[in-house]
Design a protein around this ligand. Structure first.
Ligand SMILES: Cc1cc2nc3c(=O)[nH]c(=O)nc-3n(C[C@H](O)[C@H](O)[C@H](O)COP(=O)(O)OP(=O)(O)OC[C@H]3O[C@@H](n4cnc5c(N)ncnc54)[C@H](O)[C@@H]3O)c2cc1C
Length: 377
């Protein structure tokens, strides 16, 4: 029986654990830094068909229908006037059981946890050091040393484990943007609404069948080095108020009375893709590569990567990083293009962008290439 250590109990680590669960050849343990997993988070997540297909393999299709939503379109609006620019039919990539899905992040985590026996998760533990030989020896923060055949690193964008393994600082970079999140009730549309403004965009989508919606805005913001490392800055109510006021003033949509539970946080992305050459140690999810959030692919790619690592171990192959690198490049440049074009501020550039958007949103060849290539595993 092969022993596998998983570091980090987020979307990627849990999906990987689900693949191993009930397979007799594997025994696994998840080490999680936090004392408990936050299951009260009401914020949302979008999952495209590439990850829904993989989630269905572990029973996601049985999730209660009232807990999820199936938006069919992405509607683009001018944030200032709320005038519609165009729409993209994302349902054309669906089939009967595999549909673009939006839901609360906590519902996804609850589902991923539901198949994992509690004793498989060791909380309050992180990696301190490791030695490789025949086996991988983990020196853990509880002072224990444990041996494994494989190590899967899934501890997110600030992966400390990555810095330990690479023996250097692998911290991500600030993306000159902050994210503002909140909850909205009772919107009219059951689709995804994307509002484009100068130097910001925001997205509203349903998270269930109870008229609850997620609001997420990405706002360009330069911060000094001191501000970035200041942990208290993002707890600062004045900064939160000034950011929300800025967005409220720049849109004709009445967010002020609707938006609840607003929080904000800095957006970090990976500096570059670091490939680890030693076999039997795999990075997945944001620990492998964190994308700009403007293509809503982070979680879907995390799930894809975890599936690929499972297949790599199970089939004893050696092409995980080769395949992943190709996909990461495709997703990364699309995320960057989206971010750039969503945030244009020059009126002439905006006019031209809108014309291009209207044209491309109805161009099947373009959509097959821009979205279809990503939505296929
Ligand atoms: C604003 C924003 C919006 C987004 N929206 C979407 C979206 O709509 N759709 C989408 O697909 N993606 C989205 N993403 C991206 C997505 O959330 C991430 O890509 C995804 O959560 C990554 O999963 P993960 O398992 O790699 O990491 P995480 O979910 O971050 O999990 C990491 C886990 O590791 C634990 N951990 C951390 N350090 C250690 C340690 N040293 N030792 C042990 N455990 C540790 C953490 O506590 C956590 O439980 C968004 C991201 C942002 C920033």
């Amino acid at each position: 029986m092969k022993k596998i250590a998983i570091i980090g109990c987020g979307i990627s680590g849990l999906y990987f654990a689900n693949q191993l669960q009930n397979k007799q050849n594997y025994d696994y343990t998840i080490f999680e830094k936090k004392s408990a997993i936050d299951l009260n988070d009401g914020y949302g997540i979008q999952l495209s068909v590439n990850s829904i297909k993989l989630l269905n393999e572990i029973g996601f299709q049985n999730i209660a229908a009232h807990e999820i939503s199936f938006p069919k379109k992405v509607n683009f609006f001018n944030a200032k006037t709320s005038k519609k620019i165009c729409d993209i039919d994302i349902s054309k990539f669906n089939n009967e059981s595999i549909r673009y899905t939006t839901l609360k992040r906590s519902i996804l985590i609850k589902f991923l946890l539901s198949n994992i026996p509690a004793e498989k998760i060791k909380n309050n533990i992180e990696l301190k050091n490791l030695e490789y030989g025949e086996k991988i020896k983990l020196h853990l923060s509880n002072k224990l040393i444990e041996e494994f055949d494989y190590l899967v690193v899934s501890d997110g964008v600030f992966s400390k484990t990555k810095s330990i393994i690479f023996k250097k600082d692998t911290s991500p970079k600030f993306f000159n943007s902050v994210a503002l999140r909140g909850n909205i009730q009772n919107m009219d549309s059951n689709d995804i609404s994307l509002y484009l403004g100068p130097n910001f965009h925001f997205v509203i989508y349903p998270v269930n069948q109870s008229k609850e919606f997620n609001f997420i805005s990405i706002i360009r913001k330069k911060l000094s080095k001191e501000e970035i490392i200041n942990q208290n800055l993002f707890k600062n109510n004045e900064l939160l108020e000034s950011l929300t006021k800025e967005i409220f003033q720049k849109t004709s949509l009445d967010l002020n009375s609707k938006l609840k539970n607003i929080k904000f946080f800095p957006v970090y992305v990976s500096k570059k893709l670091e490939i680890f050459s030693k076999k039997k140690i795999y990075f997945v999810g944001d620990a492998l590569f964190a994308f700009p959030p403007s293509f809503a692919q982070g979680a879907s790619q995390s799930i894809e990567a975890s599936k690929e690592v499972y297949e790599e171990i199970n089939n004893n192959t050696n092409n995980y990083y080769y395949k992943r690198l190709k996909k990461i490049k495709k997703v990364n440049w699309r995320s960057k293009i989206n971010h750039f074009s969503f945030h244009l501020s020059n009126p002439i550039a905006i006019f031209i962008r809108n014309l291009i958007l209207k044209h491309l949103s109805k161009n099947h060849k373009f959509l097959e290439s821009y979205l279809g290539k990503i939505y296929k595993n």
